[in-house]
Design a protein around this ligand. Structure first.
Ligand code: AMP
Ligand code: FE
Ligand code: FE
Ligand code: ZN
Length: 287
């Protein structure tokens, strides 16, 4: 029997093991200070924050759900697949996250070289903004642009220089979403599509493709997320109801790197219980 846990649950938080600005323990303290009582750490393509975050969460009287946000790609769309409670030692999943993180480094270097032709920006500036071994992403390039005084904050960087229309953007290697869902599921985890219906370039995957993901073991959708559109949320609720899927709500907190606050969206106790019951890869940590 699973131990009991208590809401409010926020199942999407980032630390400096990827592109959040705070150490894993500090992320848990911030979540707790915002009233969250069940929290998941979901760094991009990385699980190294689990121990520290879990220790901090339990000490604060919170339930900790280990997670990750796995990078994937469907055609031109960047797709993020949240994985929960999978076995972090699963060889196939580890090989894939290693490959993604490796490729992200070369890709970030290419972006910086390209920006460096027009602005005073160098690779060392990015390294200075990156925790050792963290998953490198455009947010670290944004922080380097801020440190150089070229932009004010990450938002300005993403709206300007880092936006694909400016011509500096490069993609990185990522598996297709079907592979991502299969890897998480086969590692005993539960796969949930993160922010599936944002507006603009990364707009929703076609419904027939989403149905293939469901057939491959997709657990559900992150519906309550500030970047999902209202119309998109309604559509996802219909698909989720038709297939009896899990629906979550979360903040996607990145410390000071984004305006998102812990607990601004939450997941119901019923859905947390379903997530835990479905997973076989590892267990939550209870206070
Ligand atoms: P990348 O995976 O390197 O292409 O970078 C994408 C990451 O940048 C996402 O995971 C977000 O956390 C972050 N991001 C995207 N847009 C913004 C924004 N406007 N402000 C801050 N961070 C952002
Ligand atoms: Fe991020
Ligand atoms: Fe994401
Ligand atoms: Zn995220």
């Amino acid at each position: 029997m699973a131990s009991s846990f208590a809401g409010p649950a926020d199942l999407h938080l980032h630390s400096n093991q990827s592109d959040g600005t705070e150490a894993p323990a500090e992320v848990m303290r911030q979540a707790h200070a915002h009233g969250v009582r069940t929290a998941a750490l979901t760094d991009h393509d990385r699980t190294t924050g689990w121990q520290e975050a879990g220790d901090a969460a339990v000490a604060l009287g919170m339930t900790f759900i280990p997670g990750m946000e796995l990078s994937a790609k469907h055609e031109w769309r960047s797709v993020h697949v949240l994985g929960y409670l999978f076995d972090p030692a699963d060889p196939a999943l580890r090989a894939e996250t290693d490959r993604i993180r490796d490729d992200r480094i070369g890709r970030a270097e290419r972006i910086v070289r390209s920006i460096g032709r027009d602005y005073d920006l160098h690779w060392d500036d990015v390294l200075a903004q990156t925790t050792e071994d963290a998953t490198v992403g455009r947010p670290h390039i944004a922080d380097a642009l801020v440190a150089r005084g070229i932009v004010r904050d990450r938002t300005e960087a993403f709206d300007g220089i880092l936006h694909p229309r400016e011509g500096y953007y490069e993609p990185h290697y990522a598996p297709d979403p079907l592979t991502a869902v299969q890897l998480i599921t086969e590692a005993g985890g539960v796969a949930i599509i993160a922010h599936p219906v944002t507006s603009g370039r990364d707009r929703m995957m076609p419904v027939p493709y989403i149905e293939r993901l469901i057939g491959a073991g997709l657990g559900g959708f992150e519906i309550d997320h500030r970047e999902n559109t209202a119309a998109g949320k309604r559509m996802l609720h219909e698909i989720a109801a038709a297939h009896d899927l899990i629906v979550t709500g979360s903040s996607d907190y990145h410390g000071t790197g984004k305006p998102n606050r812990p607990g601004e969206n939450t997941t119901s106790d019923e859905m947390v219980a379903r997530l835990i019951a479905r997973a076989t890869g590892t267990t939550p940590r209870y206070p």
